[in-house]
Ligand binder design. Structure first.
Ligand code: GTP
Ligand code: SPV
Ligand code: MN
Length: 602
């Protein structure tokens, strides 16, 4: 197949990888429907994909991964900067020369018996000045079809790239060469100790080996759009964040744009598509996972969603919790590690529909309610099973979601999963205090009943696994963006949808009702409502956050909004210990905020 480009750097890189990985053939991808249909037909024929019922789930397919390859592997993810201190204490580091040597040995001949696909793609609207071009080379046809949904893939990308243009090389192999006559497995991949998700920030280069799943393999997402982009953003004066973006419009038609950072599986996709319960207020989705933000000519911060699709958590997605996500995958979708029902549709736990039987994510016969030998409920869908859906199919996608200029951000929201201590909402005293709030955000790994030390993980700006450099420098970059934006910087808030009562019941109904909290934020921005000053920040005055129609007893509301100074004081030691790990790169301004908070807590 002749190459559809004259870009010298690209041609040289493809030739070099071909020589190293020795695939049987090279295919240049163009993102077309013909290509999608052909690859899916091939995967159905090989047994890797299951074609779903055309009447129930048009043009949709299900895949089951190997049980060893079901999520991102943070302990096999590396920031291979030239100097170890540039990766910082929150990243794994290996000397880049050594890592390249190890990985080159693995890459040698690794595509034998397979096709090598070359995927030119754009993160962000093609040609937008915020967008970046990447080229992923992969030996996984599953990656190609997912990249067709998650990124912009079209011949236009190569046009924009031209003969001399720059791109981010993203090399991926599942790490499973095929000998002549060898039978392929359903989901080939390499064992865990051979998996490497490597980033070379000084070269803007990504090398991934051994996994075919999610962020390990769809390299435009976490690898490019967060780890490499966060490096570029720091150098170039912009921001790459693990944030959803939404537009909230009030009854008078005034638009507010909100960007919110919650850790993985803490509610970004849900908030991005929420069905407002506040009469006259409406949410539209711009992005559900990643935001790239640049100061505009007017001095405000403009955000784009670099992705073109959603790679969303399946379990728990129902008509009641997130109907817009369900609608987004009504057709043209890919499902990974869910139940395939007997009538060839899909199902997962808490989907809110009945399942009479099917095949679970491990390929075994399944009926809901079955228990294993130890009496534990057998899950039909893996907890990290996902749907890949086109953003344009989301019924509430915002008309401006592809606007290359982006949308001006009014509000930043930080948060996590905390069963105690953190109130439903509080506002930062100013931007620098907001940076402290985001930088010390913490979340529970599991829904523990008490805020015991080990159950809480600090996760600055929900970016711990995605900061491509030293976390201290990253916090400093946040302060510097605040300096640059001045009084045009977004207002900062912290939310917690996950507080529980003594009996382990959610105190807050969440989901659509979160719109009440967003409305209070917008009214703060408009100076329509005041706030109560507390030790940790500004909180709603009695009656400003409307609870009409909600059946929340007064004592529950008091608990939801409670700021227990003693509990907060107890968390200060943890924060100090965490921040101390950042060493000399911890910005002095972080400790200024720490001391001020300590003083306010008394
Ligand atoms: P990633 O795609 O991994 O980055 O996750 P995410 O941040 O997009 O999380 P998502 O929206 O998929 O939600 C994860 C889980 O949190 C699901 O089980 C949701 O049901 C649950 N969840 C989301 N919003 C709320 C809420 O307001 N209240 C409660 N109680 N649970 C929620
Ligand atoms: C996350 O883990 O935050 C995700 C899923 O969005 S993955 O794309 O696999 O990183
Ligand atoms: Mn995510």
């Amino acid at each position: 197949m002749s190459a559809p480009t004259k870009n010298k750097k690209l041609l040289a890189w493809v030739a070099e990888v071909q020589k190293m990985c020795t695939p049987d053939r090279v295919v240049w991808c163009d993102g077309s429907k013909v290509e999608y249909d052909r690859l899916m037909a091939e995967m159905v024929a090989s047994g890797m994909a299951i074609k779903l019922n055309e009447k129930k789930r048009p043009n949709s397919f299900a895949f089951n991964s190997d049980p060893s390859d079901v999520a991102r592997v943070e302990n096999r993810t590396y920031i291979a900067s030239l100097k170890e201190e540039d990766a910082g204490p929150t990243n794994n580091w290996i000397d880049p020369v050594e890592l390249k040597k190890t990985m080159t040995a693995l890459y040698k001949g690794c595509m034998k018996g397979r096709t090598m696909y070359v995927i030119p793609f754009s993160m962000g609207p093609i040609g937008s000045d915020i967008a970046k071009i990447g080229v992923e080379i992969t030996d996984s046809p599953y990656v190609v079809v997912n990249m067709q949904i998650m990124t912009r893939m079209s011949p236009k990308v190569l046009e924009v790239l031209g003969d001399e243009g720059e791109f981010i090389p993203c090399l991926h192999s599942i790490g499973a060469p095929l000998e002549p006559g060898q039978k392929d497995s359903r989901w080939p991949c390499a064992p865990i100790e051979q998996k490497y998700i490597a980033h070379f920030p000084e070269e803007n280069l990504i090398w991934s080996y051994g996994s075919g799943y999610g962020g390990n393999a769809l390299l435009g997402k976490k690898c490019l759009a967060l780890r490499i982009a966060s490096n570029m953003a720091r150098k170039e004066g912009w921001m790459a964040e693990h944030m959803l973006i939404l537009r909230f419009t009030n009854p008078q038609g005034k638009k507010f744009h909100i960007a919110a950072a919650f850790p993985s599986a803490c509610g970004k996709t849900n908030l991005a598509m929420l069905q407002s319960t506040v009469p006259g207020w409406k949410v539209e989705t711009i992005g559900d996972d990643i935001a790239w933000m640049k100061p505009g000519k007017d001095g405000r911060l403009y955000a784009i969603n670099p992705e073109a699709g959603f790679f969303g958590v399946a379990p728990g997605t129902s008509k009641a919790s997130n109907p817009m996500a369900l609608e987004s995958c009504r057709k043209d979708a890919i499902f990974t590690n869910v139940v395939v029902t007997d009538d060839l549709d899909i199902w997962w736990e808490d989907m809110g529909v009945e399942c009479t039987g099917g095949t679970d994510w491990k390929g075994k016969p399944f009926k809901p309610g079955q228990k294993d030998a130890e009496g534990k409920k057998i899950l039909g869908a893996h907890p990290n099973s996902r749907f890949t859906a086109r953003a344009e199919l989301c019924p509430v996608i915002c008309a401006d979601w592809e606007n290359p200029a982006g949308v001006p951000i009014d509000i930043f929201v930080f948060g996590g999963r905390r069963t105690t201590t953190m109130p439903l909402v509080h506002e930062a005293l100013d931007f620098n205090h907001g940076v402290y709030m985001g930088a010390t955000a913490a979340s529970e790994a599991t829904a523990a009943a008490l805020d015991v030390k080990s159950a809480i993980r600090f996760d600055p700006f929900a970016m711990t696994p995605f900061i491509g450099y030293h976390a201290g420098d990253y916090m400093n970059h946040w302060f510097e963006m605040g300096d640059l934006l001045g009084d045009k910087a977004p207002r900062c808030f912290y939310v917690n949808w996950f507080r529980k009562d003594k009996n382990g019941k959610w105190l807050w109904p969440g989901f659509g009702e979160n719109s009440r909290v967003l409305k209070w934020m917008c009214e703060r921005v408009e100076s329509k409502v005041g706030a109560k000053e507390t030790a940790i920040g500004l909180m709603p005055k009695e009656g400003d956050l409307t609870l009409d129609g909600l059946n929340i007893p007064a004592e529950d509301w008091a608990e939801l909004m409670k700021v227990d100074k003693e509990l907060f004081k107890a968390t200060l030691d943890d924060a100090r210990e965490y921040l101390a790990k950042l060493g000399s790169k911890l910005p002095a301004r972080m400790m200024v905020q720490f001391e001020a908070l300590k003083k306010r807590l008394g």
